[in-house]
Write a protein that binds this ligand. Sequence first.
Ligand code: PLP
Length: 390
Amino acid sequence: MASVHPVDRIELGGIVTIRDALLAQQRQGRKVYRLESGDPSFSIPGHVAEALAKAIRDGHTHYTPGAGIPELRQALFEKLVKKNHLPLTGPDQVLVTNGAMHGLYIAYRALLDPGDEVLMPDPTWTETADNVLLAGGEVVRVPLGPQLRYQAAAMAEKITPRTKALVINSPHNPTGTVMTREELQAMVELAAQHGLWIISDEAYEDILFDGRTHLSPGSLGYERVISLYSFSKSYAMSGLRLGYVACTDPQLLERMTKLLRCTINGVNSATQHAGVAAVTGPQDHLAAMVAEYQKRRDVLWGALAHCRLLHPFKPEGAFYLWATMDAAWEGYQGQRDGWAMTRYLIDAFGVGSSPGEVFGPQGKGFIRFAFACSSEQVAGAAELLRQAFA
Ligand SMILES: Cc1ncc(COP(=O)(O)O)c(C=O)c1O
């Protein structure tokens, strides 16, 4: 049998197609609502913008050490120990990446041998799975349980001699659930029993609603954890591309450092200086940002909660609302799946969304709305959705 090239195992990306369609309509003068993707509407904090400009004025426009500038690695190390309670011993255990997406790429590439299996929730953020395939691994999807909760017992049933790792993503994209301490502990215990690695994607660690707090799996006493973080959501720095990975295993750190050299040879120098200002400076923008996200959540959830044709889950964190499509929905152009609903919402109202299918087989029959776009956009879309699905 002819072998399949690893890159041909992944697709161009469903959400990107939707975004491009919306942007094309916007260019033609149509009002569109950008609820398809999770790009924060906020500007970066003022002192971060100033640090970015200053870095350029000061001539920080050259190659940097591949794993990140020392000031940033030190600042991240201190943050990870103080805020996330990770058992790190020094900044050499922190690597600066081109966003958490790139962190996932190097983490899987460093960890997996061809054919190794990685357990992950179904639904899951598309690129979490794609990066496993790119690294030659196999994706093993485990449906979330009732009320979209992670279930260690269901994961345990899927463990084979080839299982290398399991993915934890809390707050979770696409469902907006936040794992409880007990749920996290159960996952850590499962990993410990079988010697598995935990890939902990904490990109949304700061976006939590109704007073919830974030707990890092790496703080729970088990060492085999690769923790991934992003500046995209906490500091609205999505376009500046900055993330980081923490881990205590010397071999993995060495492998990931080699991958950094050969994939990016260091993140954009000015962005890294902005990152230092972001982590070491005032954090008060966070409370304001999260309060605004929570308001948007409430507006969107409020509009959909009593709809006949869509049944939303109330997001606990991140900025995604996941909703079940009611069987009574009549469909669009002869189709009744998530793609049909997404196309319908774009064609009829200019409202973007993501079909549940792009997040895995269990996403069938669901649709995801992102409320990272402006409050005005969310409010406008909420009203249109209320009308569409009343
Ligand atoms: C769960 C999850 N992890 C990681 C990322 C990647 O973030 P970054 O912009 O840092 O690459 C995203 C972005 O949407 C995400 O949803």
